[in-house]
Design a protein around this ligand. Structure first.
Ligand code: AMP
Length: 423
């Protein structure tokens, strides 16, 4: 027997009900993106590796350990994208989008790749939807992104979403803090994991993102005490806007996010999960004013956030949130070859008349087809049996009253239209 294959480790097929959940998340996210004026963008799945080593940061887990990096046959150094922001900033710069009216607002719903240890809620290919606003430095644009994501969770039925928020300061105010933090980390170095020890000098802030060094983190100095007046002012404004929008938040002085390009306000979304004291991280984001500089351009104020689709879907399922199948107005049931042929034609005619129509041509038993129509809650079922097919007639059944009426095939569309008008 030839070998059978499975999807690559940590990657999964999306089909059936899972696909329906994905579609629901995509539909709600896209609709909200449109309402708030975000335009779609899709960048290549592969980028020049430097977009990430420079943008995301050489010393982050994402770049150091998790990137799928390889050389092409032509010798180019490329990586599968582990995240969406750096590629979008690359595109913004490449296409001179700073010449367009600012800010430029993007939405995406795309797959990303990280070579992580496969475990519950962590995949090697996963999907995120996200928002980026580039070209405007104002607290309101940060809050608009938090608000749109918060609204999406609400519309999806996810309850008790909480925002954890912090301000990481800009490069200048961060330098002073880094000195103080390094001093503290040196003192506690015997408690640090090997990664944090190695990163301590060049990138001490990474300790806040380390799952192994929680004890050291708890006693560490807090960045919020070192940020400058303008960062403080901006942060205050963000919090005021959040209160105005009635979005619940918690200050988390150690939140720094896993990617180096963040500056200023940063946040993450959490929701309670069943059977686990810790809330589930659904997504996060923040301001990244320095990213354009790292990618060779001048400073462009920017802010954005991304949400994990698999985690959102898993949480929806865990909370018993159902995805209702689209309710068709009409269902066509048929019996026999001639009836099948006629059904195809009627299906097309109804569709062209903008009537929502469903079928189950693959099923031969009339009973199971009617059951399907019932399950879909179709208002009307058209039944074409062997006899009707020969007579060129159709039985129209009102699914609410159970009443049936036989009519000529050529009258069906008109009659269906008349009846669903009253439903
Ligand atoms: P990040 O870009 O790391 O801040 O991730 C934002 C969100 O994407 C997280 O809160 C998760 O919901 C989701 N996410 C990140 N990495 C993975 C992964 N390996 N598998 C599934 N979801 C992920």
């Amino acid at each position: 027997m030839p070998k059978k294959f499975q999807s690559p480790s940590g990657m999964h097929d999306i089909f059936g009900v899972q696909f329906d959940y994905f579609e629901r998340v995509r539909e709600v996210a896209l609709r909200n993106a449109k309402i708030y004026g975000f335009k779609g963008i899709e960048t290549p799945v592969i980028e020049n590796t430097e977009v990430f080593t420079r943008g995301v940061g050489q010393m982050t887990d994402v770049v150091e350990k998790e990137m799928y990096t390889f050389k092409t046959k032509g010798g180019d150094d490329v990586s599968l994208r582990p995240e969406g922001t750096a590629p979008i900033m690359r595109a913004f710069i490449e296409h001179n989008l700073y010449t367009k009216p600012q800010p430029v607002k993007f939405f995406y719903f795309s797959p990303f790749f990280r070579y992580e240890r496969p475990q519950a809620g962590r995949y090697r290919q996963f999907w995120q939807f996200g928002f980026e606003t580039i070209g405007k430095n104002s607290a309101i644009v940060d809050v608009q992104i938090i608000l749109v994501i918060y609204n999406i969770f609400k519309e999806l039925g996810i309850k008790d979403v909480m925002v954890q928020i912090n301000n990481m300061g800009e490069e200048n105010c961060r330098n002073e803090f880094k000195k103080v933090l390094k001093k503290y980390l040196k003192k506690e170095s015997s408690l640090l994991c090997s990664d944090c020890k190695r990163r301590m000098d060049k990138n001490p802030l990474r300790v806040f993102d380390c799952k192994k060094c929680i004890k050291v983190k708890e006693g560490a100095p807090q960045i919020i005490d070192y940020i400058c007046k303008s960062c403080r002012e901006e942060f205050k404004q963000v919090l005021e806007f959040l209160e105005e929008a009635e979005i619940p938040y918690d200050l988390n002085p150690f939140l720094i996010r896993g990617l180096d390009y963040y500056t200023g306000t940063v946040y993450e979304f959490f929701a309670p999960q069943k059977g686990n004291e810790d809330p589930l991280a659904l997504g996060g984001g923040g301001r990244y004013d320095g990213l354009s500089v790292l990618l060779g351009d001048e400073e462009r104020p920017a802010t954005g956030a991304a949400v994990g689709v698999e985690r959102t879907v898993n949480l929806m399922k865990e909370n018993g949130i159902q995805i209702n199948e689209e309710k068709p107005q009409v269902f066509i049931a048929q019996l026999g070859d001639l009836a099948k042929k006629k059904s195809l034609k009627i299906f097309e005619e109804l569709k062209n008349a903008k009537i929502d129509v469903a079928e189950s041509f693959g099923q031969d038993s009339l009973k199971s087809q009617i059951n399907r129509a019932d399950k879909l809650s179709a208002a009307i079922t058209l039944i074409i049996g062997k006899e009707e097919a020969v007579e060129d007639r159709v039985i129209l059944r009102d699914m609410d009253s159970g009443e049936q009426e036989k009519m000529k095939t050529c009258e069906v569309v008109k009659e269906v239209k008349r009846r669903i008008k009253g439903k």
